[in-house]
Design a protein around this ligand. Structure first.
Ligand SMILES: C[S@@+](CC[C@H](N)C(=O)[O-])C[C@H]1O[C@@H](n2cnc3c(N)ncnc32)[C@H](O)[C@@H]1O
Length: 254
């Protein structure tokens, strides 16, 4: 039986093709502009779960100084490669570090702390959410802003496509294709947990399978307000809906 890898693990195709999949994701349209609008020009940003640098690098291009933290070595390799390929001016505004957002303590503060594209939903909505909000609050001065992009529970309830259907099918730069199937999808409403197995299939230009990797993606959904309040963060505006599947919550440190 094929081994099911965790998302973003070493050798995972979710890490290898993260940029291909997110570049085609219309549900993310506008997120970077929204984050950029929350910080002062040239300000400092802490991104928890910075992944392959999609947001961090775009914010550095807009003049922000960004520290991106992520647990996944495979994702950080990609972020650092993009940093190395950027101009010296942009590269020096970026720092990527390996770390756990639920326990991080960099012993400094930032103008803005962000947790983008469902990153918080990767950890259970209990102690891990409480600790992550405490981490965000610890890295802000009074009046500092935090933004957290979370999935909508309505979207989690939707049935997935049939397991054999192509959920994603895009050409790859070398002439092949990347195809995704949702092999399993189960939402447990009582505990706000969505379990999915998404199979990544990389094909060559002739249609042959180069690599195949089923990967487990779990999301936890809940109202973040009580977790934010416990960390001394209050709502700064009503959540901003992004596409059909998520919304960005914005809090201010009291
Ligand atoms: C969906 S990706 C988001 C990447 C990037 N922020 C973006 O918007 O494109 C989620 C990231 O969160 C990271 N992650 C999950 N749990 C984490 C934790 N406890 N601490 C740090 N990073 C974590 C994963 O490794 C992954 O890179």
């Amino acid at each position: 039986m094929t081994r099911v890898r965790p998302y973003y693990a070493d050798q995972s195709l979710s890490a290898a093709f993260y940029d291909v999949v997110t570049a085609a994701d219309a549900q993310l349209t506008g997120d970077i502009a929204l984050y950029a609008g929350l910080g002062p020009a040239g300000g400092s940003v802490l991104e928890l779960g910075a992944g392959a640098g999609r947001v961090a690098i775009a914010l550095a291009e807009r003049g922000f100084r960004v520290t991106g933290v992520d647990l996944s070595a495979a994702m950080l390799v990609r972020a650092r490669a993009r940093q190395a390929a950027a101009s010296a001016e942009i590269a020096e505004r970026l720092e990527f570090r390996q770390g756990d957002m639920t326990s991080l303590d960099l012993k400094r503060t930032f103008d803005l702390a962000i947790c983008t594209y469902f990153t918080l939903a990767h950890v259970p909505a209990g102690a891990a959410w409480r600790n992550t909000f405490a981490v965000m609050a610890r890295h802000l001065d009074a009046g500092g802003i935090t933004a957290v992009h979370l999935p909508l529970v309505e979207a989690m309830r939707l049935p997935g496509p049939p397991p054999e259907a192509l959920a994603f099918d895009r050409p790859l730069p070398g002439g092949g294709r990347l195809q995704l199937h949702v092999r399993e999808r189960r939402f447990r409403e009582a505990i706000g947990r969505l379990d999915q197995v998404i199979e990544y299939v990389e094909r060559d230009a002739a249609g042959g399978v180069v690599r195949r990797s089923p990967e487990r993606l779990t999301y936890y959904v809940a109202d973040p307000t009580p977790f934010a309040a416990a960390a001394g963060l209050e709502a700064a505006q009503t959540p901003v809906r992004l596409g059909d599947v998520g919304e960005i919550w914005v809090f201010r440190k009291a």
